[in-house]
Design a protein around this ligand. Sequence first.
Ligand SMILES: Cc1cc2nc3c(=O)[nH]c(=O)nc-3n(C[C@H](O)[C@H](O)[C@H](O)COP(=O)(O)O)c2cc1C
Length: 193
Amino acid sequence: MSETLTAPIIAIVYHSGYGHTEAVAQSVLKGALEAGAQAHLIKADDEAKDWELLAKADAIIFGSPTYMGSVSAQFKTFMDESSKVWANQGWKDKIAAGFTVSASYSGDKLNTLVQMAVFAAQHGMIWVGLGEMPGNNSSSGSPEDVNRVGSYIGMMAQANADQGADVAPPSADHKTAQILGARIANAAKRWSD
Ligand SMILES: Cc1cc2nc3c(=O)[nH]c(=O)nc-3n(C[C@H](O)[C@H](O)[C@H](O)COP(=O)(O)O)c2cc1C
């Protein structure tokens, strides 16, 4: 764990095939930076990815599109690569969280986040959920609401399949992603105290 109490190190490790998850990762990053963390993006499928940064991070936020009801193959490869770290429990007691993007409102995104939470548990990490009440689920709700998809275990975004990452997912999901980044920055600060 970092010795820095005031500026926790957050690593956001993600895969994105078509840019939507990358756009959400950037919003998670923004939220974490604005909350005072030293936050960094890491591409899960980058062969030169910074394992040292992951080793010194106080929190790791996992991000993957939902492909065929689970994390993408590229993200799963990263998970399997991390078994070397798992063997020594190198990420034990780090904060963990996750986000995912799919085209459908459900799209079986929950399975992706459950997969990440189980993965974090195998690493001995402390899983932190989104911590926002669900929006867009009553007559006074709106698609502009934070957490419009209504997820607890992590952050879910929905991106229309025929729209690029410049417009999909919509701004409500980016705001929700920023909230996740800030929440994990604050959780890491408290956990490191
Ligand atoms: C191989 C593949 C499988 C997909 N499976 C699902 C799925 O199970 N559920 C869903 O709602 N969308 C599914 N989608 C749509 C993607 O989740 C969606 O386009 C997402 O925004 C892609 O994120 P990315 O741009 O970061 O790759 C799939 C897309 C691809 C390419």
